[in-house]
Each structure stands twice: as structure tokens, then as C-alpha cells.
Design a binder for this molecule. Structure first.
Ligand SMILES: [Zn+2]
Length: 258
């Protein structure tokens, strides 16, 4: 998998929070909104949304679905706890699982664009990048009747042109700040423990936690995601009483208050 090296790369710009705060203080405007909490992961790659300065908040996000074997179980857990999450769907999977996509949307979760075939967009020609995003956006919007306005680049891989294309389509690029190798770790307790450490580290830095888990896999549409789903339960039970679970789009709406 490519995601681990990307995460390692991200740990470097993670200390660039001050740069984000400075840019925000200068009244950084983007897409007509002012993001006081926008935290550029790296200026070299272009600006992306990671998390606002709202320590104590957790956004659970799920990549690489919909997965007919595991997404329904995840939806049950979230529904029982009345927690809303954000799902970054692979377009080609969404097209084959329209009923499941509708179910995710009907439950009140936010659906984002994770490209059509999950290529490394940093290495993909611009015309194909645009096609990957346009096709996915149109497919999901056609299924749910709701606008898709978030985009997470596969593997976190991007270049400024990719982000420009995304913004030209009305998509806000979203990264993360709390990830572990949930796709290859079989012990859910270990996944939860590692993520809890990252969540609390972000809060200690004064940031909300933007948590990535995987309910699917770009390698196969029905991958076993039992460990990720069980880890979700642990994280929810640890913080349900004391902390606020949010969808990524809530951070955009409330950015003026951060
Ligand atoms: Zn992915």
C-alpha cells in the first residue's frame, strides 16, 4: 500500500501549524470563505483542509468504500450511537453499490469524492485527474441527489494542479491528521490505541482530530474491514460521553467561529 509513506511524509508538515495560523490571521480567503483554522499540510502541494482549532472534536472519516461486506455494519454502529461521519467513496465502487450509497446519505453522513479508480493523482495527467473527479462527483450526486463538495486524494497524493482541478469543480481538498495502518493491522485494539494517541496529540496541539479509517479497499471491493470497524466502536465508546463527533463539512460551516 502507498498510504503509509504518505503518512510519514505528512508528519513533517504537521509542525507547520504556525504557518497555517499566520496565513489564517492574514485573512486567508479560499472559495469565498475565510478559513481561520485552515492548516496547510504543505505549501508545496497546495492548501488542504485538515482540522480546525477545535480541540475535543473528532471527525471520523472512512475511505475506499462503499464495501457491501462491511459498510452496512459500520452504518449500524454509527446509527446506534447517533454519530455522523464522512465517507470518501471510490466512484467506480459507488456506481455498483447505489443502494448502499443512498443508505449512507440517508443516514445523514457526508459523502466525499475519492476519485473513480483510486490512482495516484500526483502522477496522473491533468485530463484524467479531471475525469476521475468529474465522473465520481456526477455518479454520487446522481445517486443521492445531494451535492458532493469534499475531495480526498487517494493515498493523500496530490500536486498543486490536482488541487486546482478539484477546486474548479467545487471540491474542497481534505487530508487528515490521525491515521494508522488500519488496512493491514489485524488487532482492532492496537488500531484504536494508536488512533487514540493521535487524537489526543492533536487535541493537545489545540486542533480537532481528523481520523482516517478504511471501510473499504482500493484493491478489492469487499475487503475484510472487521478490525477497522471494531476499532471504531472502541473510539466511540471512549469519547461518546465527553467529546463531539462531527462531519468534515461541519468544520467548513462553522469556520467563522473557530
Ligand atoms: Zn483511499
Amino acid at each position: 500500500m502507498f498510504e503509509e509513506p504518505v503518512q510519514l511524509a505528512l508528519s513533517l508538515p504537521a509542525v507547520a501549524i504556525t504557518a497555517g495560523a499566520v496565513a489564517a490571521a492574514a485573512g486567508l480567503a479560499w472559495g469565498g470563505l475565510s478559513y481561520c483554522a485552515l492548516w496547510p499540510a504543505s505549501q508545496a502541494f497546495g492548501e488542504t483542509l485538515i482540522a480546525p482549532k477545535r480541540p475535543g472534536e473528532i471527525a471520523l472519516t472512512y475511505d475506499d468504500g462503499p464495501n457491501p461486506a462491511w459498510t452496512p455494519q459500520l452504518l449500524d454502529i454509527l446509527a446506534r450511537q447517533n454519530i455522523k461521519a464522512t465517507f470518501f467513496l471510490i466512484g467506480s465502487y459507488a456506481a455498483r453499490q447505489a443502494a448502499l450509497v443512498r443508505q449512507i446519505a440517508a443516514a445523514g453522513h457526508t459523502i466525499g469524492n475519492h476519485s473513480w479508480h483510486h490512482p495516484n493523482l500526483a502522477l496522473t495527467p491533468a485530463a484524467r485527474v479531471r475525469n476521475e473527479l468529474v465522473r465520481t462527483k456526477a455518479t454520487i450526486e446522481g445517486i443521492t441527489g445531494k451535492k458532493v463538495d469534499l475531495f480526498r486524494p487517494p493515498f493523500g497524493a496530490r500536486r498543486p494542479e490536482v488541487l486546482r482541478i478539484a477546486r474548479s469543480l467545487g471540491l474542497t481538498p481534505v487530508m487528515w491528521n490521525s491515521m494508522t495502518t488500519d488496512w493491514s493491522t489485524t488487532d482492532p485494539e492496537l488500531i484504536a490505541k494508536r488512533l487514540i494517541a493521535k487524537i489526543e496529540k492533536n487535541w493537545a496541539r489545540g486542533m480537532a482530530a481528523n481520523v482516517v479509517l478504511h471501510d473499504g479497499s482500493h484493491e478489492t471491493p469487499e475487503a475484510n474491514r472487521g478490525p477497522s470497524i471494531t476499532a471504531t466502536k472502541r473510539i466511540i465508546s471512549r469519547y461518546k460521553q465527553t467529546n463531539k463527533f462531527v462531519r468534515i463539512d461541519e468544520w467548513l460551516r462553522h469556520s467563522a467561529n473557530c
